[in-house]
Design a protein around this ligand. Sequence first.
Ligand SMILES: *[C@@H]1O[C@H](CO)[C@@H](O)[C@H](O)[C@H]1NC(C)=O
Ligand SMILES: *[C@@H]1O[C@H](CO)[C@@H](O)[C@H](O)[C@H]1NC(C)=O
Ligand SMILES: *[C@@H]1O[C@H](CO)[C@@H](O)[C@H](O)[C@H]1NC(C)=O
Ligand SMILES: *[C@@H]1O[C@H](CO)[C@@H](O)[C@H](O)[C@H]1NC(C)=O
Ligand SMILES: *[C@@H]1O[C@H](CO)[C@@H](O)[C@H](O)[C@H]1NC(C)=O
Ligand SMILES: *[C@@H]1O[C@H](CO)[C@@H](O)[C@H](O)[C@H]1NC(C)=O
Ligand SMILES: CC(=O)N[C@H]1CO[C@H](CO)[C@@H](O)[C@@H]1O
Ligand SMILES: [Ca+2]
Ligand SMILES: [Ca+2]
Length: 588
Amino acid sequence: MRFFLLLTFFIFSVGSGNGCQLENSSTEATKDWWETAQFYQIYPRSFKDSDGDGIGDLNGITSKLEYLKDLGVTAAWLSPIFTSPMVDFGYDISDFFDIQPEYGTLEDFRALIKRAKELDLKIILDFVPNHSSNESSWFKKSVKREKGYEDYYVWHDGKINATTGDREPPTNWLQYFRGSAWEWNEERQQYYLHQFAVQQPDLNYRNPLVVDQMKRVLRYWLNEGVSGFRCDALPPLFEVLPDADGQFPDEVMTGATDDPDDRDYLTTTYIENQPETIDMVYQWRTVLDDHKRIFGGNSSVLLIETYSAAWFSMQFYGNRSTEGAHLPFNFNLITVMEQKGLSASHVQEAIDLWLNNMPAGRTANWVIGNHDKRRAASRYGEEHIDAMNMLVMILPGASVTYQGEEIGMTDGDISWEDTVDPWGCNSNPDIYEQYTRDPERTPFQWTSGSNAGFTDGPSTWLPLADGYETVNVETESSADRSHLKIYKSLVALRKSSKTLQNGSTKYGILEEDVLVIRRSLTNSPTLVVLINFGTETKTVDVSQFDKSLTANLNLLIRSLDSTKTEGTGYDPLSLSLEPAEALILTTE
Ligand SMILES: *[C@@H]1O[C@H](CO)[C@@H](O)[C@H](O)[C@H]1NC(C)=O
Ligand SMILES: *[C@@H]1O[C@H](CO)[C@@H](O)[C@H](O)[C@H]1NC(C)=O
Ligand SMILES: *[C@@H]1O[C@H](CO)[C@@H](O)[C@H](O)[C@H]1NC(C)=O
Ligand SMILES: *[C@@H]1O[C@H](CO)[C@@H](O)[C@H](O)[C@H]1NC(C)=O
Ligand SMILES: *[C@@H]1O[C@H](CO)[C@@H](O)[C@H](O)[C@H]1NC(C)=O
Ligand SMILES: *[C@@H]1O[C@H](CO)[C@@H](O)[C@H](O)[C@H]1NC(C)=O
Ligand SMILES: CC(=O)N[C@H]1CO[C@H](CO)[C@@H](O)[C@@H]1O
Ligand SMILES: [Ca+2]
Ligand SMILES: [Ca+2]
C-alpha cells in the first residue's frame, strides 16, 4: 500500500513537471472554433442510404445532419466522396473534382453544405494526396507520356538481374496492402510505385505540376464551402531521392514478421516520413490561410493523418516561422493500447506522449477509432466504451468521434466470402481477419428495425453487425440510460464547462489501476475523472493525488454499469470503484 502511494506520488511529480499543466491556455485570447471542436467522422458508404441501393450516400447524410447537431458535433469529416472505382472504397480517386455517382451529385453536395450551414455545422472533406486511382485521366495520360503528365507518377525502368537476365522491380519496397510496391505497366514499359493497392499509383510530389494540381483541389472545395480537410496517409507522401544513377535504395528486414508480403517485413526508412512531407503540409496551410484572407469567414482547418512517432508528428504543427496543420491526429490512445494492452498506466503513457511532446501554444486532440481500426467497443472491451468516450471529451483540446462510438457499436463478423476490403482480399482465408478492415465499416445502426434503419432496400453493401437490435440510436435514445445518453451528457458538459475549455490538466494513477484526471480553472469548479481500468474493485483516496480535494465531490456522469447516483456527494478520501467504472465528479 505504502509502496504504491509513494510510487504514484512520484508519477504525479514527474508528470506535472513535464508540462501536463497547461495553465497558460487559461490566459489565452478567445479560442478559434476548432480548438475546442467536436469532430465526427462519417464513413459515407455506411452512414445512411437514401435511395434503397444498400449504399450510404450524400442525401442520406443530409437527412441525418440534425442527429449530428443534436449530438453537439461542431464539424463532420466525410471520408472520400469523390469519383472512384471503389477498389479502396473511395481512397482511390479517379476525379478529385467530382462526386462519386453512387453517393450523389455536386448538387446534392451543395444541398448538404447548405443544410449544414443552416444548422451551424461545419463540413470537412478527406484529402487523399498520396495517390490517385489508376483510372484517373492523369494516370492514363502519364502512361501515354502525354505532355505535362510524363512525370506525374513515380516511374522507373527497374533492374536487370545479372544471373537470370530478367527485369525486376527497382527495389524491394512493399505496399501497405501486401506485396511489392511496384507494378509493371506494359504500355509504358516501366514500373510505377504504389504504396497502397496496385490501383492506387503514387503521385510524384517532386513534380511541381503535381503540387500545383493538388493545391487546386483544395481551393476548389474551399470555394464549395467546406471548412477544411482531413489529410489522408501523410507518412508515405514523399520517397527518398534517387541516387546520381537514378537508383533507389532497398529497405532492410525488420525481423518483426517472417511474412515477406507484410509491410512490416521491411523497414520504411526511404518511403515514409521524409522531411519534404512536413514542408508540403506547411504549403497546404498557406493555401487555406490565403483563402481566408481573400474571402473572409471562419478559419478552415487541416487535420493530418499520421501514425508516425512523436518527433515526426509534432513537426506538422509548424515551426517558429511557419504554421502547419491545426491538428495532427493523436492516435496514441489507439496505438499504445494496441502494443501494450489497456491499463491505467498505458493510458497515462498515451496522454504523456502527446502532451509532453506538443509544442507550447498548440492544441491537442484525442482519437480512439476510425475506419481502419477495430471498433473502439470491441478493441477496448464494451465495458470500457463510456470511459474511452470520457477521455476523448474531457482531455484538453479537440475531440474526434468515429461514427458509432457514441452508441458503442461493435465489430461486424464478416466472412471471407463477404470480404471486400483490398487489404483482406490480398491475403487468404486463413489470415484475412488480421488485415481486413470490413468489421469496423458495417452500416450505422439507427433503429432496431429492418437493416437497422440504414436502408429501406433489401440488402446492405456489407452485412450488419450483430446486436444492432439493442445497440442503435432509436433504442438508446428512449432508454433511461445508454451509451448514447452518456455521450450526450459528456458533450453537454464539454460545451458548458469553462474548466474543460480553458482549464489546466493534471493526471496520475491511484491504486495501480485507477486513472485520475483533474481539470481546473481559477474561479470555476474543478472536475475530477476517475476510471478503474482494472478487474478488481478499488478504493481510492483522491487527496493522495491532490491535497486540496478533501471535501465531498458531486457526481456528474457515470459509466453505464455504475450503480452510483448522479447529484450525490462522494467522499474523495475513500471512494470505491467497481471494475471498469468511470466517473466524472465536480467540486461544485
Ligand atoms: C488499373 O489496375 C487494374 C489492376 O492492375 C487493371 O486491371 C486495370 O486495367 C488498370 N486500369 C488502368 C486504366 O490502367
Ligand atoms: C536474381 O535472380 C535470382 C533467381 O531468381 C535471385 O536468387 C537473385 O537474388 C536475383 N539477384 C538480385 C540481385 O536480385
Ligand atoms: C520552418 O519551416 C520552413 C518550411 O519548411 C523552413 O523554410 C524554415 O527554415 C523553418 N524554420 C525554422 C525556424 O525551423
Ligand atoms: C463562423 O463560425 C461560427 C461558429 O460555428 C458560426 O456561427 C458563423 O456563422 C460562422 N461564420 C461564417 C461567416 O461562416
Ligand atoms: C506560459 O507562459 C509563460 C510566460 O508568459 C511562458 O514563458 C511559457 O513559455 C508559457 N508556457 C506554455 C506551455 O505556453
Ligand atoms: C477562455 O478564455 C478566453 C480568454 O480569457 C475567453 O475569451 C473565453 O471566453 C474563455 N472561455 C471560457 C469558456 O471561459
Ligand atoms: C484512417 C485512414 O484514413 N486511413 C486510410 C489511409 O489511407 C489509405 C489509402 O488511401 C486508406 O486505405 C485508409 O483507409
Ligand atoms: Ca444509396
Ligand atoms: Ca508517395
